[in-house]
Design a protein around this ligand. Sequence first.
Ligand code: NAI
Ligand code: MG
Length: 359
Amino acid sequence: MSQKVLVLPGDGIGPEIVAEAVRVLDCLRADFGLEVEVEHGLIGGAGYDHAGKPLPDDTLAMAREADAILLGAVGGPRYDKLARPLRPERGLLAIRSELGLFGNLRPAILYPQLADASALRPEVVSGLDIMIVRELTGGIYFGQPRGIRELPGGEREGFNTLVYRESEIERIGRLGFMTAQKRGGRLCSVDKANVLEVTELWREVMTGLAAEYPDVELSHMYVDNAAMQLVRSPKQFDVIVTENMFGDILSDCAAMLTGSIGMLPSASLDERGKGLYEPVHGSAPDIAGQGVANPLATILSLGMMLRYSLGRGDLADRVQQAVGQVLDQGLRTPDIQSAGTRSVSTGDMGNAVVEALRA
Ligand code: NAI
Ligand code: MG
């Protein structure tokens, strides 16, 4: 039985960049024996425009059926005045929580061809290849109670709750260990165990799991130190596993080490390996419709899908190689342009990746 892929282009540059990833997908189906069924759906502002909701019912139904989902981006100034439940971003939060996508994989890779895009010195970052595994459905972003309340006397106080169950820590921990097994075999668990009881438990659970993964070397680091180390010497890391809020901040920090937001893919996985794959960047309304958006983050997200949900690590490697080849050829969308390279459109870049795959 062939697997099902759901494609959700979304808003802004979403449709432009997703179209190029779909061309790569079509090439893999036609020429590389990839057997998948592909369906298309609406999400975000596109869902609101056509069905009155950022996550239309039929999109959610298709998403439940799918083995993997490729998403562009959602949001844009046209939708900023909508009530919160109708905003495009709600569609993204809803699909993640409806599908139980608790494990967010965010690689930070600096392609040697783009070493000058980083704000850090080349010797600090060139060849950087780290993976941040962030817990995505728990922690302080979801904990109850939460709110803003008035104290006796009239002063207001805001409060949120950081809470994790052992089972939640264990499943993200296992994803961290398994990810490290597929990479360099080193896992750094980031916590604040010196101050927060929740992360004292986190550290205990991680240490307990380590016995089951003797091929992975586990270390622990406090989050404030991890932030410093990421900037001081990022190449010391292989895989980092951490809770939701720490991971939100550290993964954005790691992403910026590469200097190229248009190059960064991500995956959000459930317990069985079903996943939502999307570029890290947003809908870039400032350049939407101009044919200049970089499609490589979305194409690399498709690469992650091949590896983590479709069981085709071989094709994932090929996609990554093809991206390396187009960079070697000096092709650049404007966001990654530097002296001596050739500026190309979104479509030209997609074309070049397909050509490199076929060559
Ligand atoms: P953004 O990531 O859309 O854009 C930031 C800057 O990076 C802009 O200058 C943009 O032109 C550039 N950029 C982003 N992707 C690019 C690409 N592929 N090629 C070339 N340049 C690229 O973030 P921003 O401006 O904060 O948000 C814009 C909209 O996107 C908002 O409505 C926001 O809510 C939404 N958003 C959606 C996300 C998602 O769908 N996962 C994530 C982040 C923001
Ligand atoms: Mg963020």
